[in-house]
Design a protein around this ligand. Structure first.
Ligand code: COI
Length: 356
């Protein structure tokens, strides 16, 4: 399929790279493609970034058939003219996993990647250069059929928008404080937890707001049935360093299979660490903290990168970790992962795709 390109007639002023924040600025163009039952995906195009018109009865507004992805483009530190994408195919493959669960038709992964490459090339000047910044890429699909009955939509829009970003959390690489959520649940097995459905994030907001009132940045979700086992932190997967073992909850059907999570597991194994994907109860974390064996905790995610956790609050038991400082392993991982992503160090895993 040929991608039609309609260039914007005016270019927006670029934001201050030192104060990008997250998800506040959008580039000049976006990618759009439509789906119609019987016709498949059609009319791929790159057009000026702007509003889209949808019927108020569009199914996404009523039944939430919406999925998304998040990945990043970086300037190669060794050659700032070259763009690097980090494991982009994995994101489009995961989008299809989400699509399948929400009865959204699959996209062609190779085509989506070629569309992304064309868009990113056109928007190259928007990729920031400052340390710790990148161009965040947000592919998403919404159901557009004007219909109020409950069934899968017959029409969809697949779009990719781009946003130059800095750190996701205002704390940057400083440790975040996390509230262990035991009132609300994010997901249960058999539900949407393993997908990147927008609904998962809608379900998380109330807990996040209540945690914020208590001065916590995010919540740590427990399993939806026993409220005992650790799952994830809504915007990131979670790892703990316990003695000489690095543990993370195993993928059980209600946890997102993070691409950063997978990369971190592979990097840690490559560096000779012992990594276990297993069930971890919050009680165990509390006990390992009491016994002094809990050395570090950190979150992993595309937006969050590596985010050290300095404190967990579980039912008013305060678990303070690494004296509120970034731990040795968290720092090492951050340096290795961002080093690979930005071309500062060689990529022994073949994860990065170079675009000229
Ligand atoms: C990402 O890390 O890319 C995410 O999708 C998390 C997000 C909701 C900001």
């Amino acid at each position: 399929m040929n991608i039609l390109v309609e260039k914007s007639t005016c270019q927006k002023a670029k934001p201050d790279e030192k104060n990008l924040g997250f998800g506040q600025h959008f580039t000049d163009h976006m990618f759009v493609m439509d789906y119609t039952e019987g016709k498949g995906w059609h009319d791929p195009r790159i057009v000026p970034y702007g509003k889209i018109a949808l019927d108020p009865s569009a199914m996404v507004f009523h039944y939430g058939q919406a999925v998304f992805e998040g990945l990043k483009a970086y300037r190669n530190k060794k050659n700032p003219d070259e763009i690097l994408l980090f494991r982009p195919k994995s994101n489009f493959e995961r989008l299809n996993v989400s699509n399948d669960r929400l009865c959204i038709p699959p996209i062609d992964v190779d085509f989506a990647l070629s569309a992304l490459i064309e868009l990113v090339k056109l928007e190259k000047d928007w990729i920031p250069r400052e340390e710790g910044t990148s161009l965040y890429i947000r592919p998403f699909i919404i159901a557009t059929d004007p219909f109020l009955g409950v069934r899968p939509s017959y029409t969809y829009k697949f779009m990719i928008i781009l946003s130059p970003v800095g750190a996701y959390y205002p704390e940057g690489l400083n440790p975040v404080k996390i509230y262990v959520e035991d009132k609300y649940v994010r997901a249960v097995r058999g539900g949407l937890g393993y997908t990147k459905a927008s609904a998962n994030y809608a379900a998380s907001i109330k807990a996040q707001m209540e945690a914020k009132e208590k001065h916590y940045t995010q919540v740590l979700w427990l399993d939806g049935i026993e409220r005992k086992y650790i799952e994830e932190v809504g915007t990131m997967n979670i790892f703990f360093v316990i003695g000489d073992e690095i543990v993370t909850p195993m993928l059980n059907g209600s946890i997102l299979a993070g691409i950063t999570r997978d990369s971190v597991i592979q990097i840690l194994k490559h560096e000779g660490y012992k990594v276990s994907e297993r069930q971890i109860s919050i009680q165990e974390i509390y006990e390992k903290h009491q016994s002094g064996e809990l050395k570090e905790a950190f979150g992993t995610g595309t937006a969050a990168v590596i985010s050290p956790v300095g404190e967990l609050n579980w039912d008013d038991n305060v678990i303070s970790i690494s004296n509120g400082k970034i731990g040795r392993i968290s720092q090492k991982l951050y340096d290795l992962l961002t080093g690979i992503q930005t071309g500062k160090i060689d990529d022994p895993f073949g994860w990065t795709i170079k675009i000229k």
